[in-house]
Design a protein around this ligand. Structure first.
Ligand code: G4P
Length: 536
């Protein structure tokens, strides 16, 4: 019991959210380096190779269904067990990225100092907000021109609705920064000269920013600018409040540069102290605490055919309570069966290792004989409950998909069913549509490419795909209708939309844009247009 509690308290499981190119790969690499998990030369080389051989890399990524790299990276640091849920930094977006956040206890939001809050950061932040998990902000690329830090704070508040507490502050004028001031240590750190990665530290001898030693080191103008900024922050800024951080209402904000390693160690150490260990999760029988001795976990990702030679299928589970040991049997409420977990795997970058034991907060991959679905619960034998369902992420792009060769119909349906179970795409059917085809919905268009590639390479099916001009899916409900089918058949102003059914035969309207949606809603009183199905 004490062992379990100690292991829980050591864990920090988080995801890094950012827009592509903000520096997530670089930051992840630097964090792993501190943990001694990778050797510098190897990692940098492989990353460069990835970048320069774009086509090869795309090939591998697609072959593995874009998300193999969104595995977990585990390392030890200062007595902590750190699990980074890595999500690939694609230009495009997929539901996988969203789901990974379901397994995280906190998030690090990485922002480019020159660009501020970008599109994908916004979307990912919304998921963190819905879950109410703490978000820590790292403003990256401070080694080159960056925006005014007060502007960035204001942008976080205006665009994301979260207030920021700067833990450190850039030193410099007009976006030319030479270092940071660490507020709680009253210490100045400057980029080291001569291109050496690292920093030189100058602690205050008087315990505040107005130390004459800083004036000497920084020069009059920069020194005064820094003093003014810090005074303003101390007087007009928010107080640091860990409860607000915990609820996702205040984000601790760090400035640094992943590439030059500046401010990264400081960030890691503060983050590990402030970020929460695994948190209790809501289930059908109430809250499940991580230190509860009964084992429980949920599946947050399924990945088939990771290794084309073996055609295996892996289910990634996040442990929520109890201790996991290799070979243990667990109960799978979804099928009502007991399952022996014989070959659990853990991941470090692309390498897999068999693991013997794991604790709440840890992620493991299980060989899946085809029984697991996204969001499924696993619990101790003898108990039966389910964790809350995963939210459905509304698709934003649609296409009609059919097999080129009708003789391949069977493989086509099998492939589509498998990829839907994996959560790679969402499928809809158009009732009364003569040809065997599906309407496919995705969050990001890369999912279409992956679908096409995987159907061809894993199921031997070439497809014809026609993009459809819709951007919204709305699940239809009618509280007081006697016959919903009849009501839907006579729906008005749907000429620019399409009526389909989801995999559970629930009616869904596909609509071209928000304006059109309002038009249709107004003309069809009595019908409700829901962003997600009611029983989801
Ligand atoms: P991503 O995973 O978020 O997409 O970003 P990634 O780490 O690949 O970084 C994107 C680009 O930004 C890379 O440059 C990387 O070197 C650069 N970068 C990351 N952190 C910093 C930083 O602190 N300062 C500066 N100045 N640049 C940074 P690239 O030219 O695309 O690739 P490479 O040739 O450097 O590998």
């Amino acid at each position: 019991m004490i062992e379990l509690e100690t292991e829980v308290q050591k864990r920090r499981t988080f995801a890094i959210i950012s827009h592509p190119d903000a520096g997530k790969t670089t930051l992840t690499e630097k964090l792993l380096l501190f943990g001694g998990a990778i050797r510098l030369a190897g990692s940098v080389k492989s990353r460069k190779a990835q970048k320069h051989a774009v086509s090869d890399w795309m090939e591998i990524e697609k072959q593995r269904g874009i998300s193999v790299t969104s595995s977990v990276l585990q390392f030890d640091y200062n007595g902590y067990k750190v699990n980074i849920l890595d999500t690939p930094g694609h230009q495009d977006f997929s539901e996988d990225t969203y789901r990974t956040l379901m397994a995280a206890d906190s998030a690090v939001m990485l922002i480019d100092a020159a660009k501020g809050v970008e599109d994908q950061t916004k979307k990912l932040f919304q998921v963190c907000k819905q879950r109410g998990i703490p978000v820590f902000t790292f403003v990256n690329k401070l080694d080159r021109y960056g925006r005014n830090p007060f502007d960035l704070m204001e942008e976080l508040e205006k665009v994301l609705g979260i207030r920021a507490y700067p833990m450190n502050w850039p030193i410099g004028i007009d976006g030319n920064y030479s270092g940071i001031y660490i507020r709680n240590q009253a210490q100045v750190e400057l980029f080291e000269q001569a291109g050496v990665h690292g920093q030189s530290a100058l602690p205050s001898s008087v315990g505040g920013v107005d130390d004459p030693r800083f004036k000497e080191a920084l020069g009059e103008e920069i020194y005064h600018a820094l003093c003014d900024d810090i005074t303003l922050l101390d007087m007009a800024g928010d107080e640091f409040n860990i409860e607000k951080v915990g609820k996702g209402e205040l984000t601790p904000m760090f400035f640094g540069s992943a590439m030059t390693n500046f401010g990264v160690r400081l960030f890691l150490e503060e983050f590990l102290q402030l970020a929460p260990p695994p948190v209790p999760r809501v289930s059908s029988v109430g809250v499940v605490n991580p230190s509860d001795e009964n084992f429980s976990a949920f599946v947050f990702k399924i990945q088939a055919n990771m290794n084309p030679a073996h055609r295996d299928r892996l289910a990634f589970i996040r442990i929520c309570s109890g201790k996991f040991s290799r070979g243990m049997s667990v109960f799978h409420p979804h099928t009502g069966k007991s399952i022996k977990l014989a070959q659990p795997q853990q991941f470090l970058a692309q390498e897999r290792t068999i693991i013997e034991e794991a604790y709440p907060g840890d992620i493991i991959g299980l060989f899946d004989p085809g029984v697991f679905g996204i969001g499924d619960t696993l619990c101790q034998e003898g108990s039966e409950f389910r964790f809350q369902d995963f939210p459905i992420f509304p698709p934003e792009q649609f296409a009609r998909v059919q097999a080129k060769d009708t003789m391949k119909r069977k493989q086509f349906v099998k492939g589509m069913t498998q990829l839907t179970q994996e959560g790679a795409v969402q499928i809809f059917r158009q009732p009364d549509y003569a040809v065997e085809s599906f309407v496919v919905g995705v969050v990001g268009s890369l999912q279409f490419e992956v679908l096409e590639y995987r159907l061809k390479h894993e199921y031997g099916v070439d497809i014809v795909m026609n993009r459809l001009p819709y951007t919204l899916a709305r699940w239809l409900m009618c509280e007081n209708c006697e016959d919903i089918d009849l009501k839907l058949k006579s729906m008005k102003n749907m000429d620019n939309g399409m009526l389909v059914q989801d995999v559970k035969d629930r009616p869904v309207a596909l609509i071209s844009n928000e304006w059109q949606l309002r038009w249709v809603e107004e003309r069809n009183p009595g019908i409700e247009f829901l962003v997600v199905p009611q029983d989801a």
